[in-house]
Design a protein around this ligand. Structure first.
Ligand code: PEP
Length: 250
């Protein structure tokens, strides 16, 4: 039985005070959602410490949105995985398309971030997904495969057993466009096949989340698909009510 996961990527939104209120709202409302759903909130770095405190004991886990490639040292502006983990944070989003696109993240950078994440017991939520041009050209399978082969294939079987994948078509992120449930299932099943080609049966246990304008009105249809194990939610994670309603989509 794979875990059902709803993770919220708050991106660069909310003040620390607003973030704490949002986290409290999620923790409070979680009681009305099936215990079988694992909620993760991923606020900006500045909020992590307080959000960990207010979610402690509530069943809500906390993730960061990124981590540094290096362990420590003269890397102005960077935040090390060890610093994040020391706060009680359990997850880290790696390879989000906004980081690949705006900050030039490559597989080389992401391999280093993976090393840091695992060395500090952070579970990576590794994002893959194609641009609109790539989808139109029918290259979406190849793009996702390459993003997996170049990074995930370097993990040990033990590391792989903890990994979460998020399939996020770039054309659906923050655009209001959503992949159809069929499109999501097709590529999730393909991603699982690619994972199985390297890690065998363990791939059957890997949670693969869908991300891209997922909201209360479309979550249930997408989550009903066999290889979709939940969602990575951007915009709709900024309202506790909507985020929780997505969790009710299982
Ligand atoms: C995201 O950026 O991870 C995301 C899925 O955003 P949105 O839900 O806003 O499309």
């Amino acid at each position: 039985m794979r875990k059902k996961i709803v993770a919220g990527n708050w991106k660069m939104n909310t003040t620390p005070v607003e973030g704490v209120e949002l986290a409290k709202g999620v923790a409070e409302g979680k009681k009305e959602v099936c215990d079988c759903v694992n909620f993760i909130v991923c606020p900006p770095f500045t909020h992590l410490s307080e959000v960990v405190k207010v979610t402690r004991g509530t069943g809500i886990a906390v993730g960061a949105q990124d981590c540094a490639t290096e362990a420590k040292g003269a890397y102005t502006g960077e935040v090390a995985a060890s610093m994040i983990a020391s706060l009680g944070v359990e997850y880290v989003i790696l390879g989000h398309s906004e980081r690949r696109q705006y900050y030039g993240e490559t597989s080389e950078t992401l391999n280093k971030k993976m090393v840091q994440a695992y060395a500090n017991n952070l579970t990576p939520i590794y994002c893959v997904g194609e641009s609109l041009d790539e989808r139109k050209a029918g290259k979406h399978f190849d793009v996702c495969k390459a993003q997996i082969e170049e990074v995930v294939f370097n993990l040990t079987p033990e590391q792989f057993s903890k990994l979460i994948i998020a399939y996020e078509p770039v054309w659906a992120i923050g655009t209001g466009e959503t992949a159809t449930a069929e499109q999501a299932q097709e590529i999730h099943a393909y991603i699982r096949e690619v994972l199985a080609s390297k890690f065998g049966e363990a791939a059957a246990e890997t949670p693969i989340l869908y991300g891209g304008s997922c909201k209360p009105s479309n979550a249930a249809e997408i989550f009903a698909k066999e290889d979709v194990d939940g969602g990575l939610i951007g915009g709709a994670a900024l309202k506790a009510e909507d985020f929780l309603a997505i969790g009710k989509g299982f």
